[in-house]
Design a binder for this molecule. Structure first.
Ligand code: SF4
Length: 372
């Protein structure tokens, strides 16, 4: 059944058929393309094979010492990635050690969750004791759905998309508000079952696994545990609002093959009003800089009505000044006034043709690698 669903995708999206051969995609996302085509191993499969000797549980070392070890093991990881990418080493030559860099990431994530600071809200609740912070995700993995998504960017589909419950933002116009704001309960899933789903979908032809929500950040632990058990080679996509803490950014480095980030607001005031999030621009810009050092990226910018001057232009300008040739930017016009948008007069409509043209002209002027 799954196989049949995937097999018909070329009939639905012609633009995706040869998309991994497109010049822009190969230029900006070369490693993602090779992993999707099974020519290189996904990063998590390499992370699983980097040894962290001498660690059995968190009591053997302090948290600072564990982070120190994480830093050293990440350096080793990138040496190994380089050798593999240059065909000087094969993944099969590496054994899975007793305690790997991926195990260390799982251990550190559990430590972070004891006084939760997975995202920059830093609620400080003990998630391992089932306490809930702003995102309302406690200590079990709840998903809304998982399926082969055909509506994503042409080089991403067919994408095995997993929707995790809860979100660290509260966008007043969220199109997925039933998931992000808990208007549904979600279905409990164990990491081993998540791993099986990922394997099945890859074997059925999915190009990647796409972790989204809501927001995937609160569910990081179970995603890592699923990747530990996952046997197939598949590129991972972190499809996120990018409000992660610095610690989470470090954990993600080495497990994400492509970031698919959301960069909406150019002004902190707009983000506070419309997504109830403090210091948005500072945090999200910082995380984009961090991620771009090691990981390939697509940045989505959703054009909001009446926010072209305060948000679209500053965001696109920031990308041009900081990441111009490193990312593909998707300038999106999909905004619909959903959820509580009617309470905010300036966004209680779709984006006008004139606003979209202004956004696209500006992206052209900045010479961004952009798609719409
Ligand atoms: S992930 Fe959830 S509980 Fe943790 S800091 Fe963010 S909002 Fe708070």
């Amino acid at each position: 059944m799954i196989k049949n669903l995937v097999m018909v995708w070329p009939l639905v999206r012609f633009d995706a058929i040869n998309s991994l051969e497109y010049h822009l995609v190969k230029k900006i996302l070369p490693r993602y393309v090779k992993v999707a085509k099974n020519e290189l191993p996904a990063k998590f499969q390499i992370t699983k094979r980097i040894s962290c000797i001498g660690i059995n549980d968190e009591k053997t070392l302090t948290e600072d010492e564990l982070w120190e070890l994480h830093m050293k093991a990440t350096k080793e990881f990138y040496k190994v990635v380089k050798k593999i990418d240059e065909k000087k080493l094969k993944l099969e030559d590496l054994k899975i050690p007793k305690f790997s860099l991926l195990d260390l990431k799982i251990l550190l994530t559990k430590i972070i969750m004891k006084s939760c600071e997975l995202c920059e809200r830093k609620c400080g609740v003990n998630r391992l004791e089932n306490k809930k912070g702003f995102c309302k995700v406690a200590n079990e993995c709840l998903i809304s759905s998982e399926f082969i998504h055909m509506g994503e960017e042409f080089y991403i589909i067919p994408s095995h998309t997993i929707f995790f419950m809860g979100c660290t933002l509260q966008c007043q116009f969220c199109q997925n508000y039933t998931i992000s704001q808990w208007y549904e309960r979600g279905e409990k899933i164990l990491p081993e079952d998540l791993a099986l789903m990922i394997e099945m979908r890859r074997n059925g032809g999915a190009r990647n696994v796409n972790f989204v929500g809501g927001e995937p950040t609160p569910s990081l632990l179970w995603i890592l545990e699923a990747l530990k058990k996952c046997k197939v080679n598949i590129p991972t996509i972190w499809n996120s609002n990018f409000y992660m803490s610095e610690k989470t950014m470090k954990i993600l480095d080495g497990v994400v093959d492509m970031h698919l980030s959301d960069f909406k607001y150019g002004k902190n005031e707009c983000a506070l009003r419309l997504s109830k999030i403090p210091k948005y621009f500072d945090i999200v810009a910082r995380n984009h800089k961090m991620a771009s050092l090691t990981t390939e990226m697509t940045i989505r910018h959703l054009v909001l009505p009446n926010h072209v001057n305060c948000c679209t232009k500053p965001v696109l300008e920031w990308i041009a000044n900081n990441l111009r040739n490193k990312v593909i930017v998707n300038v999106m016009e999909q905004f619909r006034p959903e959820f509580k948008a009617h309470e905010y007069p300036e966004i209680n409509r779709c984006v006008s043709k004139k606003e979209m043209e202004e956004a696209i002209d500006f992206a052209k002027e900045l010479k961004l690698n952009f798609i719409t």
